[in-house]
Design a protein around this ligand. Sequence first.
Ligand SMILES: [Zn+2]
Length: 363
Amino acid sequence: MISKRLLTIARCPDCGGALGANRLTAAACGACGRSFDGTAGYLDLRPKAVFDEQTRYLDESLHADARHERVSPPLLASGVRNDMLREFLRLGAADLVIDLGCGSGRSLVWNRDRGAYQVGVDVSPFFAHEALAGADLALGDLRKLPFADGVFTKGYALDVFEHLSREGLAGVLREASRVLQPGGQLFVYSHVRKNSRLALGLRFINWIAGLMHRVGAVDLTQEHLRKSDHLNPLVDLPDLERTVGEAGFRIARIRYYTPLVGGVVENIMVRSAEQWLARRAARRAARLANTGGPPKGDAGVTAAGSRAEYARAARSEAKDRIAHGGPVLLGLQALTMLMKIDVVLFGRVKSGPFFALLEKRAE
Ligand SMILES: [Zn+2]
């Protein structure tokens, strides 16, 4: 949606001018006159100048099903992340919040119950219907945020930093700091390159998952695609402290995340279940094809559709089951609780992945 409130805090990404309502396109800059399209339910506030550095998040294949499907509840790793976000940020009705790199906008949906006013910004327009219906969304570049100075009380950036170069990250942090009020807080989930020894356990789990991928017991294609554009700009924790410090932030709170239980649950158990569902979808499609035409052998099963299509069908079916509640949802909620053991047990062991609360220093 595009609320009046969004128009008051938004600024022209090119000249910084205030925006006014425009009957045809939704908004226009009062200073340079550029108009901004809002006909799709979100405001396109991308700057005219194109940055060289673009993440593969623009890749359609990563988001092919994001727009049309309902947002599932926060489960597994995203459930752990969202719980940490809520614990660290403590959003309330008085807050103005910005989700930096909001993706489909699911975090906005999950935290709507806190009553804060939330705005999501992303470079790509793969917003879920539910997010569009309940939050203000804008297309924009995180290195040139289309908002006035100091308008937000809080913000969050989940899985964003690792996709940026050092220069890109510095730019995003500067902009985040600019749009936050003094004392404003930014919750971050990302990682530095230096890991603890505990991470060896994680490497072992991933090695097993990799073996299972090779024999076809799990499918990690999506996982590999997701990590394929990680630039991992931060070396270690002192580097994190220095980098955020240069943008005017201090680390107010930090917890580390070594997902040993999480790795087994997500990379092995859940991926196996997904693969089982995908196989079943393939068999079903083959049976359907067989009833219509001449009987086919095993070759017919693979010819009926691509592996990716079945994986997508399986994910979609899993989402339907979750939406209906019942044992699948309860089971996943129980696994999510179990996965929080990683934060409880290893949260103080300095490691690569971290949850941090950055606070903008009052000048
Ligand atoms: Zn302008």
